[in-house]
Ligand binder design. Structure first.
Ligand code: AR6
Length: 178
């Protein structure tokens, strides 16, 4: 399954799949603030990418919630991994939306600053961190759409969604936004 929209000259696409197979310049990792590795997409990226990624994460040391850092992609097809830290969802009144927006925005800015042309995101914060998928999808998609409307350097942003339930919710939220 796939959906695609054009924003200026850039493409925003949604696919169902495993982000560790992506061949975009960078893939985004839903990391934790210690960059210590973990379950979910973080575990999958380190498993597939090999120890070079963790070696750089240790050197960097950590990443505050809402910020982003970049490492090699190791053995992955993607050249780089951008590690960002989404918020843990409590009740929606603890600044979660602002932090989730910032996680996406800082990842995009980092990709731009490195001259990257394509980037893939997972559904940050919607697994272990408990963010309701529809709310997270709205924030993630809106942040990317706004960014691509203002910046033309990134040619492709892809959301790689694990399972058709998450894919369907992202598709629905995208429909509402365009
Ligand atoms: N490709 C794409 N999406 C995936 C993959 C994959 N290979 N594996 C899981 N997902 P989560 P979070 C989806 O829990 O909520 C870790 O322990 C998953 O189905 O990976 O931001 C970190 O170290 C869900 O839709 O990230 C942190 O401690 C989405 O990715 C914490 O979890 C995000 O789920 C971060 O939690």
């Amino acid at each position: 399954m796939a959906a695609e929209v054009k924003i200026n000259e850039s493409i925003l696409s949604l696919v169902e799949g495993d982000i560790t197979n992506e061949n975009t310049d960078a893939i985004v990792n839903a990391a934790n603030a210690r960059l210590a590795g973990g379950a979910g997409v973080d575990g999958a990226i380190h498993r597939m990418g090999g120890p070079a990624i963790m070696k750089e994460c240790r050197k960097i040391g950590g990443c505050p919630t809402g910020q982003a850092v970049i490492t090699t992609g190791g053995n992955l097809k993607a050249k780089y991994v951008i590690h960002t830290v989404g918020p843990v969802y409590k009740d929606g009144t603890k600044g979660e939306a602002k932090l989730l927006k910032s996680a996406h925005l800082e990842s995009l800015k980092l990709a731009s600053s490195r001259g990257l042309k394509s980037i893939s995101f997972p559904a940050i914060s919607t697994g272990v961190y408990g963010y309701p998928v529809n709310e997270a999808a709205n924030i993630a998609l809106k942040t990317v759409i706004d960014y691509l409307q203002e910046h033309t350097d990134i040619e492709l942003v892809r959301f790689v969604l694990f399972g058709n339930e998450t894919y369907d919710i992202f598709s629905e939220e995208l429909r509402k936004l365009i």
